[in-house]
Design a protein around this ligand. Structure first.
Ligand code: IVH
Length: 746
């Protein structure tokens, strides 16, 4: 029974308020992430009414509730989360004609096209704004979402409705149509906006892109309305029926539906045409009246786009040809060394602040000690061999969103007393030796987890968006908790609530923490006790194990225990592999010194034989590095991490706190989901790369070698030992047509 508000003490009101806020936040999160919310809509509404009534009756709660305004908001318009029906992709980049040639060639190779076969493209400006996905159902705009991380974006429907010229109703459109494009602001509108902002004493924007982004992401749609945003349609997401057969046809169709499409879009027959359009657009760039940062090329035939498909975050059928980065000169004031999570010592240039392409730059990466010295990774001279010294005039540039870089040094302005930079030989954070291994461009701290910088960076990585993504526990908080000694390793995060049990109270006095935010943090941590295997593997921050590698490992091993067992089992083979690598290097060097040919394969075989690796280890290692995308470098790094007692113990402590969720079989409807497939011999209807990508898209694992774990062997003409081995093992063998029939592509 609800207490009458006028009979409650302040303390009681605060307690109930906190409880409701937690409940609403949790419900809200669930609403956007799960299909089975723990409370009904009606219960949510009742809780929310009560919550608002409490704030009305106890005005001191108002301030605590400021964050809570977003509680109601997501469910209505504004900043709710939207899971895109189809992922919003980014583009890989080309910087010169050679890259563009490479793009076209790799498409031809992938599709198995001959040099004479036609391959048409579209070319259009790359608008420098922010992408937006508009969902139309039965011709009505029902939802607009920002890109977000590509999978989940923000719901900005109310704001998008205010975009100039954006059709709110379509006639003759497919029942379901997601239109994708770029929101931008023209130069004139941007300048007028900044003038208005100055006049009214509000902050101005650095460039039209920031202004467009800031304007679209306003909680109050009437503010967005007063900001002159525009939209160019360049693509689509989910559709109930195809818009056309070609990219150019589909864009024409969007124009017929009254979307603004870019008038500089052209159809091209070959790379020369693409380069001509690039040059044409470059020349017009300054007079366009809005910012563009390159030209996007897309394969025109949608049937080919479908065959080409996607890599993890970018389509194979499109590329952005970027304009050269803007350059600026400034003084290098200092070189600092940062220590990363894998112990890498990274030199950072501290610059006198300078505007480059509309953004103020005061730091730039200097990569590594060779780079400062004027050498590239192969030991060849860069910048004509000029080194970089504190006090130098340096030329900096920004390429896309990446960290600014140093392009050049002006020796004529070098101060007389400038000294060559002495790269530290010990870790500036923990004093351990910093060592550079043979073949590694990077010097690394050997302190491991005793190095606070490595520990903090590992923790920051652990809580980052693509890893555990714990709400309320970002880089800043992790740093603070580490300083306090509350969190030393990931497992400590999950013990936080228990150890600092009256944690609520303890946190109360800390900067920025109150009872509510602490309770919210604990709730957010609790929520992440259930974690997808791929995220867990990625979160560990093992060198060379990126997001894609982690996903591939998760898909292959399907449980933490299986991964752990396999990596440990493979250890002797991993060591033999490393010994063979080292012997190989020695062989190469001696052979070179004596002027004879190195006999690498003999050396390898001899070393591996000498190591007497048990058969299970050899098989486990072959299985590990045979996983698509997992080479021996990643395999060795993983093996080292599991073999390091401190690191392994930390993994075990962490996993004990968690429920690890195995990856979903990508598409259980597919007849090959979860099966291991090997292709051998000549394929005639598709290239090997395409066959592999197609099989993986259907949830199959593609392996390079036949073993007991193989489910299907697809053997084309000329298949040899693999077909024999499969026959011996009694593995199902199909020819190419049999395979295509099985997967329904015949
Ligand atoms: S196509 C699957 N075309 O560039 C292909 N993108 O770097 C998706 N962009 O997030 C993108 N102009 O926001 C495409 N004409 C254009 C574009 C364009 C700007 C943006 C877009 C995307 C980013 C990728």
């Amino acid at each position: 029974m609800e207490r009458a508000l006028n009979q409650m003490t302040d303390q009681e009101a605060l307690e109930e308020f906190n409880e409701l806020q937690l409940l609403l936040w949790a419900a809200n999160r669930e609403y956007h992430t799960s299909d089975t919310p723990s409370i009904s809509d009606a219960e949510f509404d009742t809780a929310k009414r009560r919550y608002l009534a409490l704030i009305d009756a106890f005005p001191q709660l108002e301030q605590r509730a400021t964050q809570a305004q977003t509680v109601g908001a997501p469910v209505a318009e504004g900043f709710g989360k939207v899971t895109h029906a189809q992922r919003m992709m980014s583009l890989s980049n080309a910087f010169d004609e050679e890259d563009v040639e490479g793009f076209a060639t790799s498409i031809r190779n992938y599709l198995g096209l001959g040099a004479g076969d036609p391959l048409a493209f579209t070319a259009e400006p790359k608008i420098d704004g922010l992408s937006l996905s508009l969902r139309y159902e039965n011709g009505e705009l029902v939802q607009a979402a920002t890109r977000g991380d590509g999978e989940v974006g923000e719901n900005v429907t109310a704001n998008a409705r205010t975009i100039r010229g954006l059709p709110l109703k379509l006639t003759g459109a497919p029942e379901l149509l997601e239109v994708r494009g770029e929101v931008y602001m023209t130069h004139d509108d941007f300048e007028a906006l900044n003038r208005r902002q100055t006049e009214t004493g509000q902050k101005t924007f650095a460039n039209p892109r920031n202004a467009a982004a800031g304007s679209l992401r306003q909680l109050d749609a009437s503010i967005t309305k007063s900001r002159p945003l525009r939209f160019f349609a360049y693509g689509w997401g989910a559709v109930s029926e195809p818009l056309a057969d070609t990219q150019s046809g589909a864009i024409n169709r969007l124009a017929e539906l009254e979307f603004e499409t870019n008038p500089l879009t052209r159809r091209c027959e070959n790379v020369q045409d693409l380069m001509n359009v690039y040059n044409e657009i470059s020349e017009k760039r300054a007079a366009l009246g809005y910012d563009i940062d390159g030209v996007v090329y897309k394969v025109d035939a949608l049937s080919l786009q479908a065959r080409l498909g996607f890599r993890s975050t970018t389509p194979r059928w499109a590329i952005a040809h970027k304009f050269p980065a803007e350059l600026a000169w400034t003084r290098l004031e200092a070189i600092d060394i940062q220590v990363g999570r894998t112990g890498a010592l990274s030199p950072v240039a501290r610059l006198a602040p300078i505007t480059v392409g509309g953004v103020v730059v005061s730091n730039a990466t200097l990569h590594n000690e060779d780079y400062i010295r004027g050498l590239d990774s192969r030991g060849e001279e860069i910048r004509g061999g000029k080194d970089i010294r504190v006090g130098d005039w340096v030329q900096v540039y920004r390429a896309g969103d990446v960290i600014p870089k140093v392009a050049d040094v002006d020796l004529s302005k070098r101060p007389e007393d400038a000294q060559p930079f002495a790269f530290p030989q010990t870790c500036p954070e923990c004093g351990s030796a910093a060592i550079r291994e043979e073949g590694d461009a990077v010097r690394r701290c050997t302190g491991g987890i005793i190095c606070p910088a490595q520990a903090i960076e590992k923790l920051k990585h652990f809580v980052s968006r693509k890893a555990f993504d714990i709400e309320g526990l970002g880089a800043k908080q992790v740093e603070q908790f580490h300083l306090d000694g509350w969190i030393r390793e990931p497992a400590d995060i999950f013990a936080l609530e228990e150890r600092y049990g009256e944690g609520l109270q303890q946190l109360k006095n800390k900067d920025g923490w109150g009872e509510t935010s602490a309770a919210n943090l604990f709730a957010a941590i609790r929520e992440k006790r259930e974690i997808a295997l791929a995220r867990l593997i990625f979160a560990l921050g093992i060198r060379h194990v990126g997001e894609v590698g982690a996903r591939d490992l998760a898909l292959h091993y399907r449980s933490w225990q299986a991964l752990e067992e396999a990596v440990k089992l493979a250890r002797p083979a991993a060591l033999a592999h490393r010994a063979a690598d080292e012997a190989e290097e020695v062989e190469r060097q001696t052979a070179q010194a004596r002027g004879r040919r190195a006999r690498i394969s003999d050396t390898r075989a001899a070393v591996i034989a000498e190591c007497q690796v048990p058969e299970e280890a050899t098989a486990a290692w072959a299985d590990l590095i045979g996983v698509d995308g997992i080479g021996s470098t990643l395999g060795l790094s993983l093996s080292d991490a599991f073999d390091n007692p401190d690191e392994y113990a930390a993994f075990a402590r962490l996993v004990a706190e968690l429920t690890v969720i195995p990856p979903e079989a990508p598409s259980s409807e597919s007849p090959v989901a979860g099966k291991t497939v090997v292709f051998t011999g000549t394929l005639e209807k598709m290239t090997r790369a395409e066959a592999k990508a197609r099989a993986e898209a259907l949830g199959a694992k593609v392996s390079g070698s036949v073993s007991k774990k193989t489910d299907i062997l697809v053997a084309g003409p000329g298949a040899g030992s693999k077909a024999k081995k499969a026959a011996d093992l009694g593995i199902e063998t199909l020819d190419e047509d049999g395979w295509l029939t099985l997967i329904g592509d015949a």
